[in-house]
Unconditional design. Sequence first.
Length: 97
Amino acid sequence: MPAEPRPAQEIDNTFTQKIIKEDNSGWACVIVPDSGEFFGTRKAVKVAGTMDDQEFQATMLPMGDGTHMLPVKAALRKKLGKDLGDEITVRLRQRLS
């Protein structure tokens, strides 16, 4: 039988970063500062929160240097009127299982 999913862990981490194009993947993303230390892992982390007050869920992917990249989907960028180079305020509210 599969393990029961863990309940979401409430967190509160807010930061503002520029949307960049990640070199290896080509994805539009923001770099989450000090994320490896904050989450206690250098592995992928599922999160939920807001980007400029719009709800989102995503998987942060490790960069190998103790930070994670957080993808900013095209549909959300369009809704917010944001593009590469624009700043976005991210509030991480939950760490998902």
